[in-house]
Write a protein that binds this ligand. Sequence first.
Ligand SMILES: [Zn+2]
Length: 62
Amino acid sequence: MKSFECGTLVPGCTWHTQAEDTAEIVRRAAEHLRNAHGEELIRPNMVDEIKARVHEKGEAVH
Ligand SMILES: [Zn+2]
């Protein structure tokens, strides 16, 4: 299971998600960025930013 915390990208945001694969995480995160942070266009580098922050649940990140 993989995990992503939006707060690692947008300081102060507590939204997070978990999914079996990175593509699903990116899809959900992009949707969240649009809805919650007004990112109308998810640029390719934004996808990279999200992927770089996806980690295996249980991994010590904090
Ligand atoms: Zn957020």
